[in-house]
Design a binder for this molecule. Sequence first.
Ligand SMILES: Nc1ncnc2c1ncn2[C@@H]1O[C@H](COP(=O)(O)OP(=O)(O)OP(=O)(O)O)[C@@H](O)[C@H]1O
Ligand SMILES: [Mg+2]
Length: 302
Amino acid sequence: MIRVSDLHKRFGDIHAVNGISFEVKRGETYGLLGPNGAGKTTTMRMLSALSPLTSGDIEVGGINVTERGREVREILGVVTQHDGHDSGLTVLQNLALHGYLQGLSRSRAEERAVEVLTFFGLEDRKSANVYELSGGMKRRLAISRALLTQPPVVVLDEPTTGLDPQSRNRVWEQLAVMKRAGVTVLMSTHYMEEAATLCDRLSIMDHGKILDEGAPDELVERHAGEEVAQVRTRSEEALAALRERLAGTTFNLHEVGAMATITSDNGKRPEISGIDGIRVNYRSGNLEDVFITLTGRDLRDE
Ligand SMILES: Nc1ncnc2c1ncn2[C@@H]1O[C@H](COP(=O)(O)OP(=O)(O)OP(=O)(O)O)[C@@H](O)[C@H]1O
Ligand SMILES: [Mg+2]
């Protein structure tokens, strides 16, 4: 449903998207996972025909974005990173107006508005003014709006950033329902848990490039190992001994504050014993470890 080949975007000297390629199959949920400035929004804006490509090609549903942007927008539901809601309207009016502007008849637009509000648990707020909604409700309204015309492809830029855990879970549940209905989803996030929960496959992005791509479990297996060792110590001698022990091995050591994390790039459990002052805990590897292994940085580093 989505095919991106050798995509580039430059803003003056900034190479915001630097030669990325990926494909998303029908019904698949595909994630772009990366830190601030990785190029996620820029990629999604080009894909949604909201921003021109510097070079490369994008097709959505077999339609070329550069040549037929308007047709691409007709089959896409887009949730942008920052919601722009029309103030002064009630929640229901806002949705009905958007449905109408997107080509539904007036009565169909109202019918769909009620349906999506119910789906997103906002029906009891339908008469509230949009500016009276909480941040999480506004986010749910933005997603509702993108689904009014039942588009086959939905693009979601950080659908849950800023939401509390309960609202985030609700959005996750609703995305799962959409997925079961066969909707193809491209989403960005910098929450690794979100990527692991929702995405069939994902790309790890940094500095405009895709560092690796795969199913969440595959990426964890490839770059972090099933089990990751963690050591919490403030002892410099212990850390020095640990560094020495791991030098030249297939294990990677990452130190953040008092926490040292040891990942493996061959799937083997890092065995560390006999260093004074160190107690090793094991936990499952996750996408954060993958990111750190690939970039040497934390997902939340600026
Ligand atoms: N309109 C613009 N003009 C100039 N530079 C831009 C513009 N839009 C984005 N950039 C730059 O392109 C790079 C990628 O930005 P982008 O918004 O795509 O990142 P992102 O991965 O979405 O980050 P975030 O997680 O913060 O939303 C950044 O260096 C950013 O400053
Ligand atoms: Mg962004």
